[in-house]
Design a protein. Structure first.
Length: 392
């Protein structure tokens, strides 16, 4: 048996040249946490976490690594279920038993689910390496160029024309679809900004809108009607964070523009309701933010069974394998352009999915095919988020 022997984390951060905003958050750096799982027979798997705060996520990865040490490293479902069970009360948990730790506090659920994601993705990488095949082949998929789009338009002190020029630069790289951050302004101002961007990039490319939960239902219906003339491919995360699938269903009934959602959901159980009740067309579950590849695969099958389309949020080097395994139910993957606009992931990996004729090509190497640039990891080690490790 290939057993889990050690885990480690390596948080990295690349400063942005200037701060940018979504409608919801300020960003001063590109951040990620590299996770590493070693087996007792010398295999090593790597995962990626896009969640924070890094010190707390790293602490949980170390705790969870100790808890599953000695388990079969290829038994990804068994490991996932054992870790997920820690989020719920269990008989004996309040008695101080070492083998049944107390349940995770409610406030720590998001960081705990991020830690599960890091371990789980690394185990899938390790499992592919043990089998000598890419992860998509473990799932029965075959390689093909993947449809992709590039995301940009983060808010900064520029005019509407310059946001259009930014997205046009993605098209010059070869992308055929682009996504614009929006929602920070009034409905009228945002509709004007989007119309300007559409004019600059032309009619041919698909244009998605990434809204980051900016509006209540009445304002969002107004917004949807105002941007319909700009030929919008989807509205992503259109409603305030507290609004539920029933509100999405009302929005879906009010506009012909498809809805996309799912990156901030922690499990398949809440995603299920947005698919079955909320009328979302594109499912954007993010394995690197919560729950990992095991749960993302369950979400993918759920989407297929209900006629929804898989469009995972970011991390094409991970999610591309899932898309390759779901040829009838997947839209494609998300990118952030080239090295200038995505320096962390172009620097973190010595090989990166590359763009050919508007589509991404995934490696045929075993696992996720990730070769880590350790010089880059050391150079950009996150201050205050030093890695935590369990095992040798």
């Amino acid at each position: 048996m290939t057993k889990i022997a050690a885990v480690a984390t390596y948080p990295v951060s690349v400063p942005r040249p200037y701060p940018v905003w979504t409608a919801h958050e300020r960003s001063t750096a590109w951040n990620a946490i590299l996770t590493e799982v070693k087996s007792d027979d010398g295999l090593v798997g790597y995962g990626i976490v896009h969640a924070g705060p890094a010190p707390r996520v790293c602490d949980y990865v170390a705790k969870f690594g100790a808890f599953v040490a000695g388990m079969d490293a290829l038994a990804t479902t068994a490991v996932w279920e054992k870790l997920f069970a820690l989020t719920n009360p269990r008989p004996g948990a309040i008695e101080g038993r070492a083998d049944i730790p107390a349940p995770i506090s409610r406030g720590d659920r998001t960081v705990a689910m991020a830690a599960i994601a890091g371990i789980d993705i690394a185990l899938w990488d390790l499992k592919g390496k043990a089998a000598g095949v890419p992860v998509y082949r473990l799932l029965g998929g075959e390689n093909r160029p993947l449809h992709t789009y590039a995301t940009g338009g983060y808010y900064r002190a520029v005019g509407d024309e310059e946001y259009g020029a930014e997205l046009a630069a993605f098209l010059e790289l070869g992308y055929r679809a682009v996504k614009l951050k929006c929602g920070a302004g009034s409905v009228a101002d945002e509709a004007k900004r989007i119309a300007t961007v559409r004019r600059v990039i032309g009619d041919a490319p698909d244009l998605m809108l990434d809204m980051n939960a900016p509006y209540d239902l009445p304002d969002c219906i107004d917004f949807a009607h105002r941007v319909e003339p700009s030929n919008i491919f989807w509205l992503e995360e259109p409603l305030h964070w507290y609004l539920q699938p029933a509100d999405f269903a009302r929005l879906a009934a009010a506009t012909p523009i498809p809805l996309a959602h799912g990156e901030r959901e922690l499990t398949r159980f809440t995603v299920r309701d947005f698919i079955t009740i909320g009328g979302i067309r594109y499912v954007q579950f993010d394995a690197t933010r919560a729950a990992g590849f095991t749960e993302a695969l369950r979400v993918a099958h759920l989407a297929e069974q209900h006629g929804a389309i898989l469009a995972p949020h970011t991390a094409p080097e991970i999610h591309g394998h899932l898309v390759l395994a779901m040829p009838r139910a997947a839209f494609g993957v998300e990118s952030h352009g080239g090295r200038d606009t995505d320096p962390l992931h172009y620097g973190l990996f010595t090989e990166h999915p590359h763009l050919v004729d508007g589509r991404l090509v995934i490696s045929d190497k075993p696992g996720f095919g990730l070769e880590i640039d350790w010089d880059f990891v050391r150079k950009h080690a996150a201050t205050g988020g030093e890695g935590r490790a369990f095992g040798a």
